[in-house]
Design a binder for this molecule. Structure first.
Ligand code: RI2
Length: 359
């Protein structure tokens, strides 16, 4: 297993085989994560602010995509920087990385991406690189992260597709490119199965998944989140993505995931999680908790409704926690792991979590 000298996302796979269907980030999964080339001439801070705003508003969403967007922003910022010294360049990028990390608090892919770039930049600084060489190093670190991330999603597709057999009904929740990749890979392998997708209120990302899969020719049905127990006895396996995975094997994913896991447990339906290794949260090894993002009540009800019902407090948690005992398997680009065993992979990939800063 590849492990670079520093912790972080250093052990992402080197070069997994290409996607069997040649469409690694299908359809709407290609939601914007690249910085348009025109932005390369913007001031570095404004590139970062634009990306920060797009991630915060969920114009760019999905744990993998926001991680790649952060790397794109740091790359654009490094290219546009007017820093005259290596120290100045790293200081700028460090501030910008801190800003990007704050855009969304739960998905650990975001700080893991920023840490990968900044730790590499600091190694370059310690190695006394000149400003231009350091700039090139940062650009290549960002490109490297993006390529490894894309490859990891493809590899998860290859590994996860082995778990899908003819006749399956697979239930998924929200919109995860790792899960979509598994389903599309299985379809490309001519497996015959159906997919059921929950709407995923309040932002209905399940509709994105349903639309992508239907356009690719899969048999898809869409159900309200509240209908999951009614249908679970027909479901053969549930596959969901992850925003963060804790050292005890708990998976933090879109709100409603843990309810599905409990319902699947009741009917002995297999429950799989598909996640790249940069969704592992090394700080949880030190006892840190994963923060659950609370979003605006206006994603749940209208302003008018809020005004008419001032006595009602509207809560909108974006994620929940599924304990390890409800999870049959975690599918990563480095293989499949029981949730209770993921801590061993985490310790191998992130040997020094105390060096990773606040997130
Ligand atoms: P991929 C999403 O979060 C969903 O919770 C999804 O399951 C998870 O990220 C992983 O997505 P949000 O950004 O990285 O929609 O597999 O809040 O695409």
């Amino acid at each position: 297993m590849l492990r670079l000298a520093e912790p972080g996302v250093s052990s992402l796979p080197a070069r997994p085989p290409p996607s069997v269907h040649g469409d690694p980030l299908p359809g709407a999964n290609r939601e914007r994560f690249s910085i348009p080339s025109a932005k390369l001439i913007q001031l570095p801070d404004s590139v970062v602010e634009d990306t920060f705003a797009a991630i915060k508003s969920m114009e760019i969403r999905g744990a993998g995509r926001i991680a790649r967007a952060a790397a794109e922003a740091l790359k654009a910022s490094a290219l546009a920087s007017e820093a005259r010294t290596p120290l100045q360049l790293v200081a700028e990028l460090t501030n910008q990385g801190d800003r990007l990390r704050e855009a969304r608090p739960t998905a650990v892919s975001l700080p893991n991406s920023v840490n990968f770039v900044l730790m590499g930049a600091n190694r370059g600084l310690a190695g006394r690189l000149k400003t231009e060489a350091l700039r090139r190093l940062v650009v290549s670190l960002c490109d490297d992260f993006i390529e490894r991330s894309t490859n990891a999603v493809n590899m998860i597709g290859e590994i996860g597709a082995k778990r899908i057999v003819n006749g399956d009904l697979v239930l998924t929740h929200c919109n995860s490119e790792a899960v979509t990749q598994i389903l599309l890979t299985a379809k490309a392998q001519k497996k015959e199965f159906e997919v059921m997708v929950t709407e995923t209120r309040p932002r209905y990302q399940g509709r994105i998944t349903a639309a992508i899969l239907a356009k690719k020719g899969l048999e898809v049905s869409l159900i309200p989140d509240s209908a999951s127990r009614l249908y679970m006895h027909e479901v053969d396996k549930v596959i969901v993505g992850a925003d963060a995975i804790a050292s005890n094997g708990a998976v933090i994913n879109k709100i409603g995931t843990s309810t599905l896991a409990v319902v699947a447990h009741e009917t002995r339906t297999r429950f799989y999680v598909a996640a790249e290794t940069y969704k592992l949260s090394p700080k949880t090894l030190l006892g840190d908790l994963v923060e659950i993002e609370q979003r605006s009540p206006l994603e749940v009800v209208s302003e008018k409704w809020m005004r008419e019902n001032p006595g009602v407090k509207v809560k909108n948690p974006s994620f929940d926690v599924t304990p390890a005992e409800y999870i049959d398997l975690i599918i990563t680009e480095q293989g499949v792991y029981p949730a209770q065993g993921i801590v061993f992979l985490m310790k191998e990939l992130y040997p020094e979590p105390e060096r990773l800063g606040s997130r």
